[in-house]
Design a protein around this ligand. Structure first.
Ligand code: ADP
Length: 548
């Protein structure tokens, strides 16, 4: 009989090692190489009159990488870019990481102290900035003890602003090597991007992405949004917002075409959709709302399918319905900077085909299920981490886990540890899970209204307000109240050309459409203050509500 030796380990552990033939670090830099090799002459970027091929796009990124390298910029260095959605910023998403450096796209609406804070905190080795922001950049750099060297973007499509830096971006990369032999990262955990959160409560936090997460989330976008080599993607979402929710890499992963736009304006969006045959675009609900309320002659008639992904804030169901009515196909995404932008999406189910438009929109307004590239999500008690029942009623905090969750906050171990407590990333968003497994956000934890001991979801009240035919936008916040603790206070913007509407009429509309305890007690008519990523600044509204 043969002696049966107890195996030392599994049979799969011998002679089956990791090597260059069967393992490579995941990096979105691979995407541009493939696009340039597969479709060298196909258009990678359209900007104004300029069409750039994939081969040229790749060559320009390599030029940028070579000049960065010649300046001694390399592994672990930060390169900050402050620009609108123009080709230079897209190129930086490839050229900067090609030398192992980290791309830090700065929010273009920030003021000088915030820009100075970011440049200092990230220890930026170089700033590349569009002349449009020269006032803020100049004042920001003046506040710094050791300001980084600066390169201007002198875009012929923009007038105004001043040139402050060493030279123009085009001159900067002109001397670079189009065949620069860059080296892919040895470790996929290497940092690729740094994005600062808005910092509504204290200094902003620097969210660090790695190559692996950027690769995976970009692939997740390709799968969820159905991108392919024929896709034409319009840049109506800021590239500085989580690297354009990683579509900067995702569109090129699919070998699609980027259409760059300096400004998010329906007067530019609709003509671009018609002229270039745009097939995909993303935007915060506010962008969709702008499109819905654009004059009809500007909108024109859609004669091809356009997929629109929206998120960054809850899209009211009426906004989804109106976009669908106009012929757009809407996909709802939810996520945060900390998880590379989109982390969940509202996957369509065939049995929703039979619902009417309003019922469909209500289904689609839910934040849905996890991205194919995230590992898991739970709705749970923030302290005990115990999951709430999937009854559509019990509220818990949304928590995420997986490869597309950030490495952590830069130079902030305390905040990182807190965000990852118990092995889950705590989103700070409160929601429910429905019996079909779909999640629905009710509020950010700090925005929920507690009236007479009952939770009131500001999003739910807003959804009802948005359905009023005369209302264009609405935001609801808590206002202190002696009797109830808090009551909802609604801030409302009427649509252009709307008739007169009184506070009493708005309250009556709410009473007709939802439980009375949720109805706003106060209504203010005004424009809503927004962040550059299209979110209503609820903290400002809370202050205003308290001062009423
Ligand atoms: P910031 O925190 O700087 O505003 P983020 O983009 O990281 O920037 O914001 C993420 C937050 O935006 C989420 O925590 C959530 O509150 C909100 N959000 C994003 N997408 C949605 C969505 N589809 N529905 C509701 N809220 C959303």
């Amino acid at each position: 009989m043969l002696a049966r030796n107890k195996p030392q380990g599994s049979i799969y552990e011998t002679g089956l090692g990791k090597g260059p033939a069967n393992f490579a670090a995941l990096s979105p830099l691979d995407f541009i190489v493939r696009a340039a090799e597969t479709y060298p002459d196909k258009t990678a970027i359209i900007y104004g009159e300029t069409h750039t091929s994939n081969a040229e796009f790749y060559a320009r990124c390599r030029r940028l990488a070579s000049v960065l390298s010649a300046r001694g910029i390399g592994s672990g260095d930060t390169v900050s870019v402050m620009a609108p959605n123009i080709p230079a910023l897209l190129e930086a998403h490839y050229g900067v990481p090609m030398v192992g450096a980290v791309i830090n796209a700065i929010n273009t609406r920030l003021d000088a102290p915030a820009v100075a804070f970011i440049l200092e905190h990230s220890e930026a080795k170089l700033l590349i900035a569009d002349r449009e922001y020269s006032d803020v950049v100049k004042a920001g750099l003046a506040r710094m003890e050791n300001p980084p060297p600066m390169i201007d973007i002198d875009d012929p499509l923009h007038e105004g602003g001043a040139l402050l830096g060493e030279c123009d971006y085009e001159a900067f990369i002109a001397g670079g090597d189009a065949d620069f032999a860059w080296v892919p990262p040895a470790d996929e955990w290497q940092a690729i991007a740094l994005n600062y959160t808005s910092g509504t409560t204290g200094d902003p936090k620097g969210v660090v992405f790695h190559h692996r997460g950027a690769y995976l989330n970009a692939i997740g976008n390709v799968i969820v949004f159905g991108l392919n080599a024929k896709s034409v993607y319009l840049w109506t979402l800021p590239m500085f917002h989580c690297n354009g929710w990683t579509y900067t890499w995702g569109v090129t992963a699919a070998c699609g075409t980027h259409v760059c736009l300096r400004r998010v304006d329906p007067a530019l969006i609709f003509p671009a959709i018609h002229e270039y045959g745009v097939s995909h675009m993303c935007g915060a609900p506010i962008v969709l709302n702008m499109m819905i309320h654009a004059p009809e002659e500007l909108q024109g008639k859609l004669n091809h399918a356009v997929e629109v992904a929206t998120g960054g804030a809850a899209p009211p169901s009426s906004v989804i319905a109106a976009m669908e009515e106009m012929g757009f196909n809407v996909t709802h995404l939810y996520g945060l900077t900390e998880c590379y932008g989109p982390a969940t999406y509202c996957a369509w189910q065939d049995d929703w085909d039979h619902l009417d438009r309003e019922e469909q929109a209500a289904m689609m307004a839910r934040q849905g299920v996890i991205y194919p590239t995230l590992q898991s999500l739970m709705v749970a008690d923030a302290e005990t981490l115990e999951e709430v029942p999937s009854d559509g009623k019990s509220i818990g905090e949304l928590m995420l886990r997986g490869n597309t969750v950030m490495r952590g906050y830069l130079k902030n171990p305390g905040a990182t540890e807190k965000a990852f407590a118990g092995g889950w990333f705590h989103t700070g968003d409160l929601g429910v899970r429905h019996s079909d497994g779909y999640v629905e956000i009710k509020d950010r934890s700090k925005d929920i209204i507690i009236s007479g001991g009952e939770n009131i979801s500001s999003l739910e009240v807003e959804d009802v307000l948005f359905k009023h035919p005369e209302i264009m936008e609405a935001a609801v916040v808590a206002r202190s109240d002696e009797k109830w603790g808090e009551t909802p206070c609604a801030f409302v913007t009427l649509r252009p050309g709307a008739g007169k509407l009184s506070a009493e009429e708005v309250i009556a509309w709410c009473r007709d459409n939802m439980a009375h305890y949720k109805c706003p007690n106060t209504v203010v008519f005004c424009d809503l203050p927004k962040t550059s990523t299209g979110k209503v600044q609820k903290f400002t509204l809370r202050e205003r509500a308290e001062a009423l």
